[in-house]
Design a binder for this molecule. Sequence first.
Ligand code: GA4
Length: 335
Amino acid sequence: MVVLSKPSPMEQFTTTATTTTSTTLFPLIDLSEPPESSKTKLVAACEEFGFFKVINHGVPIELMAELEYEALKFFSLPLSAKAKAGPPDPFGYGNNKIGRKGDVGLVEYLLLTTDTQSDYQKFASIFGEAAEKFRCVVNEYVAAVKKMACEVLEMVADGLKIQARDVLSKMLMDEESDSVFRLNYYPSCSPEFQDSGGRNLIGFGEHTDPQIISVLRSNDTSGLEIYLKDGNWISVPPDQYSFFVNVGDSLQVMTNGRFKSVRHRVVANSRKARISMIYFGGPPLCEKIAPLPSLLIQGDQDSLYNEFTWFDYKTSVYTSRLSDNRLGLFEKIAA
Ligand code: GA4
């Protein structure tokens, strides 16, 4: 009988494959350009990378900086104060432990609903009078980023030649939209930032995002890496003024596999702390996650996936490990 030993915490924090410093140019979407040219680029980026960078996005830089400032204030509090935000099950403050299945990373985080009114009591017990300020900044930021995400999704729908251009964006706009907001703080970890094998330590292990679309902004510290079709991990140069967008698993299904959700991870940075803020745009719990009918007609194809709702998928996601191929369970078995 083969007995598998549990990996040591150090092994779990270590990246398994090395990163290539590549000359790959990431797709760049300039929202100030005429939509005609951008929408074709957008579709190509979602097909090829499941990932792109957005510039001239219309979200005020001051708002991005203000939220970063508020987040830093939160992460600088003593552990006893941050812990009042409760364990992240699913919402609250987390430290090193990610999800429910034993994943770990060198990261502190705050997971929030996008309805901050319902989280208000938690903020109040941590920030006292400053709670309202924190709540307002988060609200204002989420509203601006969600608007931009909807604009991008409408351009995607146009690019896919779908007549109802709000077919995707309306799921984010829905009052019942099950979206999440996350603040991450990755401490710098000099001088022991590599294990004895010279490998980088993991901040957030490799995974795909389950929702429709994720919009990330970070300070100017590197760490984010994406997995390319050719099997290489490449480091994404940070840009604090721009957004990085991931295709999520749900959008992969809605495009019947034409778009791919991007596998990504964050490696610890030896010199500087990294702070990131991510809006995960999800559909309402009752929404059917299935290929958009017009895409099946255009391509005269069958769905690659069994039918499921966002509730079904989310239930399965929260009992999975970070690196699992979660969509695998919902794929149709070829006859
Ligand atoms: C990845 C995307 C979002 O950060 C998140 C994460 C969630 C969590 O941190 O609790 C999960 C992860 C994410 C996917 C698999 C499960 C659930 C941790 C984990 C091990 C908030 C989400 O929706 O799914």
